[in-house]
Design a protein. Structure first.
Lengths: 302, 295
């Protein structure tokens, strides 16, 4: 009967006049965010393409299991000595830095808190983060290598451990701080003592973060060159003894081979670079997997 | 007849609670001296300071065995602070300091040779916010027995028994291995009660155990408290006057007043049998609070 007037012209739900400027700002901000992400990604993507492109043909199982040729001009060959060296040196550094760092963080967050000693240790740890890695290398060179008059992988481990320690302390302390006090109180209220509470409630709760922080420190240390330069010797044969005799590492081999005038050595440098990137990637991925699996097991409803 | 009744009560005051029907349908109104009941806690002139600033003072109070004692009062009056003196929870609060004397079964709770872990094992606590550990339901309840050195075979029974006492067993018996964080808030709080019961405490302190729960979950916890008081001494802090009136045998009313320096200091106003305190409060401030005029 009567005509129904269509309300199309003035909708209640559409926003009004001011919205044009806001929409514009919204688009602008979104564009800037996407742009920043692209800028961040570009170097990473190009780096991966470049390293895979130049080192890809050298890389393979053969590359990982063949010794480094003695002569730089030789073509082919592998990086076995460097892979073994990197794994041993980094492993040794991890075995020292992670337990010490986690225990240090436990002291700082659970015992020392804001006491004078704790604040002093925290300050020293921050200073240690800022020490250039080559200085750490020199420090170990003077303290260890000169004293024992011999290169060894272990000296490299010591230098890397010095680098990792402040990172592990800081990330672990941060993770321990995130453990809610209600859980500590709940444990104390059941007659649990402090050490027991830390061991059975605080550390398991913080474990995913502590583990991933530690593995990131491992990844960072695995790529360090400067601290190793003076202390491990940088040789070409495989040395499976961490504590005795000169050895080598991927980062050191990249440095040594890349400055060589020979194509064979340069290829091996790119191969070693690719190996190192893959190794770091594996550590990082491992950190992620461990964290998620652990988090799922302890916190989520199954 | 009344003589005879109190006579039987003195024989074993710890283990027996006179059945309700003995009181001819009316609830007993015990004098503040607590009759013949065994005294669990005796607080005299207790004061708690945080970083040198008094939070609550002049607390004199005796808590009897196998009863529910409620602490009520407005926010900031120190009722939780007083509750936490009873299992020495303030030991882990930085800057907290407890003065005065508190005895537990006649023993000085803050004596030099007292083992704090043993204190907390005997005097359990349930917190305002349910705080299950991020572990399985089973492991939450087994935590206490484990740290107290019980053997593996024994623990399963203890877990089941504690969950049954906390009226949670039927709901969780098929998912003991699942994370406790998957339970609802009310279930989590009952799990925390089960966790406290699993170490076989003598006293259970509850710090606003229902404030984070809905009315149905609250009713379940209140029912549970009534069941538990035959075996345990319960002390609850509550914001909720109705809860204190419904659930407790004795009520302590706290309030805070501004001192000369302009700081709010809590203190105990009145402590009496719940029925008495809610029907004939002797202090005008108590009356004001329970009738809703302030607080």
């Amino acid at each position: 009967m009567s005509t129904v007037t269509a309300p199309a012209t003035t909708s209640l739900l559409q926003s009004r006049a001011a919205s044009r400027g806001r929409r514009l700002r919204n688009h602008l901000a979104t564009g800037l965010i996407i742009g920043s992400m692209a800028v961040t990604l570009v170097p990473l993507v190009f780096l991966v393409i470049f390293v895979v492109g130049r080192g890809g043909h050298a890389f393979g199982w053969h590359f990982l299991t063949t010794d480094i040729p003695i002569l730089d001009r030789e073509m082919g060959g592998g990086m076995k000595a460097a892979v073994v060296g990197t794994l041993l040196i980094t492993g040794g550094a991890t075995a020292m830095a992670v337990p010490l760092g986690v225990l240090g963080a436990v002291y700082l967050n659970e015992y020392g808190k804001q006491s004078r000693l704790a604040r002093f240790i925290r300050f020293l740890s921050e200073v240690m983060t800022g020490v250039p890695s080559i200085v750490m290398g020199l420090f170990i060179y003077i303290l260890w290598t000169l004293h024992f008059k011999s290169f060894s992988g272990f000296a490299g481990s010591l230098a890397l451990a010095c680098l990792m320690l402040p990172i592990v302390i800081r990330t672990s302390e941060e993770m321990l701080r995130l453990v809610p006090d209600e859980l500590r109180e709940g444990s104390y209220a059941l007659g649990s003592r402090k050490v027991r509470t830390i061991r059975t409630v605080v550390l398991p709760h913080a474990a995913p973060g502590v583990i991933s922080g530690s593995l990131l420190a491992v990844a960072r240390a695995a790529g360090e060159t400067a601290p190793l330069l003076f202390v491990i010797g940088i040789v070409t044969d495989t040395n499976s003894n961490l504590f005795h005799g000169p050895t080598t590492a991927l980062s050191a081999q990249i440095f040594k081979n890349a400055i060589s005038p020979f194509v064979g050595a340069q290829d091996r440098a790119y191969g070693a670079a690719l190996t190192l990137i893959l190794l770091v990637f594996v550590f990082t991925a491992l950190a992620r997997v461990v964290t998620t699996v652990y988090a799922r097991r302890t916190t989520a409803a199954v | 007849m009344p003589e005879a009744r109190s006579g039987t009560a003195t024989v074993a005051p710890v283990l027996t609670r006179p059945p309700a029907e003995q009181h001819d349908g009316t609830r007993e109104v015990l004098p503040p001296e607590l009759g013949e009941r065994q005294i669990v806690f005796d607080l005299s002139d207790v004061e708690v300071r945080y970083h040198g600033v008094t939070a609550v003072q002049n607390v004199d109070l005796r808590i009897a065995a196998r009863e529910i004692t409620a602490f009520i009062g407005p926010s900031g009056c120190g009722k939780t602070t007083v509750l936490r003196t009873l299992n020495r929870m303030h030991d882990i609060t930085p800057g907290a300091e407890v003065r005065g004397r508190i005895t537990y079964h006649g023993e000085d709770l803050y004596g030099p040779r007292v083992d704090v872990a043993e204190v907390r094992r005997r005097i359990g606590m349930v917190f305002q916010k349910p705080n299950p550990f991020p572990k399985s339901i089973h492991d939450n309840v087994a935590y206490g027995p484990r740290i107290n050195g019980h053997k593996r075979g024994d623990i399963g029974d203890r877990v089941e028994h504690a969950l049954q006492r906390a009226a949670l067993w039927d709901e969780v018996k098929d998912k003991l291995r699942q994370s406790a964080l998957g339970l609802s808030g009310g279930q989590q709080q009952r799990l925390c009660i089960a966790r406290a019961l699993a170490v076989e405490p003598d006293v259970v302190l509850m710090d606003e155990p229902c404030s984070a729960l809905d009315p149905i979950a609250t009713a379940r916890i209140e029912d549970l408290m009534q069941e538990l008081k035959s075996d345990y001494t319960l002390v609850i802090v509550t914001h909720n006057m109705q809860q204190a009136a419904r659930a407790s045998d004795r009520t302590a009313f706290f309030t805070a007043e501004v001192d000369d320096a302009g700081r709010r200091v809590g203190h105990l106003v009145e402590f009496d049998a719940t029925e008495h305190l809610f029907t004939q409060p002797s202090d005008p401030r108590t009356e004001g609070y329970i009738t809703g005029r302030f607080g």
